[in-house]
Design a protein around this ligand. Structure first.
Ligand SMILES: O=c1ccn([C@@H]2O[C@H](COP(=O)(O)OP(=O)(O)O[C@H]3O[C@H](CO)[C@@H](O)[C@H](O)[C@H]3O)[C@@H](O)[C@H]2O)c(=O)[nH]1
Ligand SMILES: [Mn+2]
Length: 682
């Protein structure tokens, strides 16, 4: 009998166009370099060298991006054929981990919504376990989940009965759905829970008797069970729901719901999210040990209850690659404004590039929305033995309660902060340490061991999250990624030196593209200042110019500032919703507001471009020379158009998101200083 195929993989016809385009453009770029080199040899100058350097970096970033366009593929899944391959009773267990770290940046009610949407997956509940990893060790979060566990008894059967699609209650009730007899009652219940959780967060206090009663914890005198002199925080696990015992209101088993806060100690480095995930890999292994493990950020709720079934299509496909390590769903966002002010959708990266990575069997891990084969974290494909999910045990062998003493003791031990000492965790096992982009780096390391991955992009988005709404948050997030990319470049596992040896070179080039991105600062700074400063001095830089001493050091200093090499921290991105901020964001306004040094650089560039553009026009009117100065006028004009929101924020706006006056004053001062220094350099 021919086994039914659960997936298809079709190479995109656009690949031919992409390849021709890359070839033609490469010829063009070679011609440009020929010209640069000739100029440099005949009239060597710092200006010409700077332009050459800028173009080399741009060409490198461009060329490596093309690697992702060589072989885009599209996949389809056929969940309706799943029953032909496996009966529902034979589905593998699924452990879901949701990470949260800070109740004030990541409001617990939002985390609760994410978790409820995942608990309500269309998946046999007795095979589903949801773990909440609370890196903040906050009682506020724990309290929120005790409430969520009660509400789940009503919410899950309701979703199943009416086949609801929006299984995050906040989203569902936000759409004013009162279609069914129970809707109103459940909404009232949800609002009650929300109010209770928000009140506790507002007051920053929990009623300790209530936590003690429900979870059976011993609390210390100061009411902090896991905080000793603020230095050591003991690990805490609490089984809030156990599938074998806890039933919903119609008597159907609920999924397991387990709250975990790992032990932290100031003297032991905790490795941020990667450290939290490694703890969760071990804790879940000691409790439920499901062969599939989903990693989810706390703000990315499930938007499609069938997602685990799409995943099974990949893992259980009769012609599945035995080395398949993970299935990645794209990160999509629900709160992006119409013009996507900050490019928060990351469409080229999340979509176009992903099809290309999938084409070489190496989709990257995006930090959230990745379903992993648990074994992939434990070793190489050859060292971990048979990795056929359908043959893996579906749940723990012993039918013991996950609350039993020995299981709890084991879970406790593996969450201790010293557990990883002298082990391979973080080096050869689990999430690899040493960078702030544990997601991309770990995916890269797995793929260099021979593990593969696929990209799954269903029509109805699998997950929806929120993207930062203020420019300073966006810049901080990018800064963290840039630091991560640099850490990867300067490590032993550089995509070029290491990647080329251990994986498909095209895939290595795609990783190199991301890691090279911080160097973008070099051409950006050069093109944001050099032609403009030359124009201000009515100097044409194509091709005759004299020495220009300051540009390069300035670019390097700026680059260091852009990547913020001094702050190697995983600063959690804020997910708090501020109504006024949201209104400004929806109106398409950039959000400055705070006095961030990150705004200074772009403000200086905006002012220099404006000066240069105005001055350039005056020069052309007075002396002609339009053809000679056209390119520079064009670059400065382009800078002015792009800086429009900055001028607006400096002079025209009066709302809270306007540019702080101090930044404007400093920027004008520095811009004037630059212009005068450079007038003597020309
Ligand atoms: O010490 C930490 C820090 C963060 N987190 C959690 O990690 C997740 C992602 O953090 P967030 O600040 O929202 O990151 P993003 O700015 O969204 O960053 C992206 O980039 C990160 C790597 O830099 C990835 O981990 C994320 O999945 C990806 O969405 C959140 O659920 C946090 O609670 C922890 O558990 N422990
Ligand atoms: Mn996030």
């Amino acid at each position: 009998m021919v086994e039914p195929s659960l997936t298809t993989r079709t190479p995109s016809p656009i690949r031919w166009f992409n390849r021709v385009y890359a070839l033609v453009s490469t010829i063009g770029i070679c011609a440009l370099f020929y010209r640069h080199l000739r100029n440099f040899l005949y009239t060597p100058s710092v200006t010409i060298f700077s332009l050459l350097l800028a173009d080399v970096v741009l060409a490198l970033v461009w060329a490596t991006w093309q690697a992702g366009q060589v072989n885009p593929v599209h996949r389809r899944v056929f969940p309706e054929k799943l029953p032909l391959v496996v009966k529902e009773g034979g589905y593998p267990g699924l452990d879901v981990v949701v990470c949260t770290a800070d109740p004030f940046k990541e409001p617990p009610i939002r985390v609760v919504n994410t978790v409820l949407s995942l608990m309500a997956y269309d998946y046999p509940t007795e095979k589903l376990s949801v773990y909440v990893s609370d890196d903040g060790g906050s009682q506020l979060t724990l309290f929120a989940f005790m409430e969520a566990a009660k509400f789940a008894r009503f919410w899950l059967p309701y979703c199943r009965k009416y086949d609801i699609l929006d299984r995050s209650p906040e989203v569902y009730f936000g759409n004013d759905s009162f279609l069914f007899p129970e809707s109103y009652e459940i909404k009232v219940m949800y609002e009650g829970m929300k109010a209770k959780i928000e009140e506790v967060v507002e007051k920053r206090r929990v009623n300790h008797d209530q936590i003690t009663m429900t979870v059976g914890l011993k609390l210390s005198a100061n009411g902090r069970p896991h905080l000793h002199h603020k230095i050591i925080r003991q690990s805490l696990r609490s089984v809030l729901l156990e599938s074998n015992e806890d039933k919903d209101i119609i008597g159907h088993p609920l999924p397991n719901l387990i709250y975990v806060s790992r032990e932290k100690n100031k003297s032991v480095y905790h490795n941020f999210k990667g450290g939290a995930l490694n703890t969760m890999i071990r804790v879940s292994a000691s409790m439920t040990d499901s062969p599939i493990f989903l990693i989810q950020d706390c703000d990315m709720y499930s938007n499609n209850p069938k997602t685990p079934l799409y995943t099974l299509c990949h893992f259980l496909d009769p012609k599945v690659d035995p080395n398949l390590a993970f299935v990645q769903f794209p990160q999509s966002f629900h709160d992006i404004n119409k013009v996507d002010t900050y490019g928060g959708q990351h469409l080229p990266e999340v979509r176009t590039n992903s099809w290309g990575m999938d084409g070489v069997r190496g989709m990257m891990f995006m930090g959230t929305g990745g379903f992993f084969k648990r074994q992939a974290f434990l070793g190489t494909p050859s060292s971990v033995g048979p990795s056929d999910i359908s043959k893996a045990k579906t749940h723990r062998v012993e039918k013991k309660s996950i609350k039993s003493d020995d299981i709890m003791a084991l879970a406790h031990r593996v969450a201790e902060c010293r557990y990883e000492e002298n082990t391979k965790w973080g080096l050869e096992m689990g999430f690899r340490y040493g960078t702030l982009i544990e997601d991309m780096y770990t995916g890269f390391r797995l793929q260099s061991q021979g593990w593969t991955s696929v990209f799954c992009d269903p029509e109805r988005a699998a997950f929806l999250g929120n993207s930062p709404m203020s420019l300073s948050d966006i810049l901080l997030q990018s800064k963290r990624w840039f630091v991560g990319f640099l850490e990867m470049i300067f490590s032993k596992h550089n995509p070029i030196t290491y990647g080329f040896k251990h994986m498909n070179p095209i895939l290595a080039l795609i990783y190199a593209h991301f890691d090279f991105r911080p160097f973008w600062a070099i051409p950006i700074v050069i093109y944001a200042f050099l032609p403009q400063l030359a124009l201000l001095n009515s100097r044409s830089i194509f091709p005759k110019v004299r020495k220009l001493l300051l540009s390069l050091p300035f670019a390097v200093i700026d680059w260091c500032e852009v990547v913020g090499l001094s702050t190697i921290e995983f600063n959690v991105t804020s997910k708090v919703l501020d109504d006024e901020l949201r209104k400004r964001y929806e109106a398409g306004l950039f959000e400055f507001g705070v006095e961030s040094p990150l705004f200074l650089t772009i403000s200086i560039a905006a002012i220099v471009n404006l000066f240069a553009f105005l001055m350039g026009i005056v020069i052309v009117f007075k002396n002609g020379r339009f053809e000679e100065l056209f390119a520079q006028l064009f670059v400065a004009g382009f800078g002015v158009v792009n800086s429009w929101p900055i001028y607006e924020a400096m002079v025209l706006r009066s709302d809270k998101g306007k540019m702080p006056v101090m930044i404007t004053v400093k920027a004008i001062g520095v811009a004037l200083g630059l212009c005068s220094i450079f007038s003597s350099a020309f």
